[in-house]
Design a protein around this ligand. Structure first.
Ligand code: SF4
Length: 210
């Protein structure tokens, strides 16, 4: 079976399993989405959603956020972990958006990646989910599953992103990003892949018709 055929099977199965894809993080505008994504580093989305409303009630825009003392931000976001770094980054990125980008979250990768605490993956997620621009952010689930489904060789996250973008049509990137994450969260337990009996449905299907 070719890579393209495997990709077709993956897309069809994921469509059956996850016909709709709700964005897991709660937000009010592109700025609050950016903050929520920063908070979600090494923290479950559900935890971020519990914590973020209290912060957004105080500050849902760069000006209000930059006026909040960093310690206050930290106190609110503590349950998300890494609070010292995250609070500092949220305060700093708010000031940068205000001073360099006229108070609007920039709508391009280069400027997004210049913000404190925003790397390539976060910038891609913002472009995709806040602005609807097709990107294919690769997290650990996507990286692992792309290798497992032999859609990429798994040599690096960058390579996985390039391979997935090549093999799937651009209009499906945003949907597939979420579907693969949902699948990974629901099924992927590294220790269960050992035998066909314990494999998850999609890995099993691909293994059977390989
Ligand atoms: S069989 Fe399950 S655990 Fe193994 S790669 Fe597939 S989804 Fe992940």
């Amino acid at each position: 079976m070719t890579k393209a055929q495997r990709a077709e099977i993956v897309a069809a199965e994921l469509d059956k399993l996850y016909p709709t894809q709700e964005i897991p993080l709660k937000f009010r505008n592109p700025f609050t989405f950016l903050v929520a994504v920063v908070l979600s580093a090494q923290c479950k989305d559900s935890r971020v959603n519990e914590v973020s409303p209290a912060l957004f009630d105080l500050a849902d825009n760069p000006k209000a956020m930059s006026e909040l003392p960093v310690e206050k931000i930290r106190e609110i976001i503590k349950p998300c972990g890494l609070s010292k770094t995250k609070a500092a980054n949220i305060s700093k990125l708010s000031k940068t958006i205000l001073e360099k980008f006229g108070g609007e979250v920039p709508k391009n990768m280069k400027d997004l990646e210049s913000l404190a605490g925003v790397g390539h993956k976060t910038a891609s997620v913002i472009m995709m989910q806040a602005f609807g621009v097709p990107t294919f952010p690769v997290d650990t689930h996507i990286h692992r599953l792309a290798k497992r489904w032999r859609l990429s060789d798994g040599s690096s996250v960058e390579k996985t992103e390039r391979d997935l973008k090549k093999i799937f049509p651009k209009e499906s990137w945003n949907k597939l990003h979420l579907q693969i994450i949902f699948y990974g969260r629901e099924y992927c337990r590294a220790h269960t892949c050992k035998t066909p009996e314990t494999m998850c449905p999609l890995c099993k299907l691909l293994a059977q018709i390989a």
